[in-house]
Design a protein. Structure first.
Length: 186
């Protein structure tokens, strides 16, 4: 009888360990999926906030694409660049130019208005992420009334952020009318 009681306790213990392990695994999968969705949402919000200003800049300065191509070609003469490398270089240079344009020509209130016009439910005010090479990065705005793309540092990390695919932390300033289930945001 004592032997059977011991076997019963072992089987219960093993069952509890397996159940706990399964719960932890499910939670990890859920958290990864949640972070991936949050990352995708942040990238999309940021892209929508910046795209019109990028288009305006390219329209006002058509030769910029030609200069970026010259830079990529010259770097390509020194080191081998893959298509992906060239794309990253182009995005970083363009992001730097857009950064200068937006920080000098766009007010936070204008960017908030742009977010509403684009049908966004809010805008990121803080982003933290881990890189693929054990690096990390992040930025935050000065306050909830100031969208991230208005800050120069955002543009410095935005191109890197887009390639990482995960997010560690994100803070979003939601528009009040979106939180109240109005037809404009739902």
């Amino acid at each position: 009888m004592d032997d059977q009681g011991t076997r019963y306790r072992k089987s219960v213990s093993i069952g509890a360990v397996s159940y706990t392990h399964l719960d932890v695994y499910k939670r990890q999968v859920y958290e990864r999926a949640l972070k991936k969705n949050l990352f995708t949402s942040c990238v999309e919000m940021n892209r929508k906030l910046v795209e019109d200003y990028e288009d305006q800049l390219l329209e006002k300065m058509p030769p910029i694409k030609k200069h970026i191509n010259n830079i990529k070609n010259n770097i390509g003469k020194v080191v081998h660049l893959t298509t992906n490398d060239k794309e990253k270089i182009e995005k970083k240079i363009l992001s730097t130019c857009v950064s200068e344009y937006m920080t000098k020509a766009v007010k936070p209130s204008e960017l908030q208005k742009k977010a509403l016009e684009k049908g966004l439910q809010g805008y990121p005010t803080k982003i933290k992420f881990d890189g693929l090479d054990s690096s990390s990065g992040g930025t935050r705005s000065s306050n909830r009334n100031s969208p991230l793309p208005i800050h120069e540092i955002f543009h410095s990390i935005n191109t890197s952020f887009v390639y990482f695919g995960t997010i560690k932390e994100c803070r979003i300033a939601w528009f009040n009318n979106c939180l109240l289930y109005t037809s404009r945001c739902v």
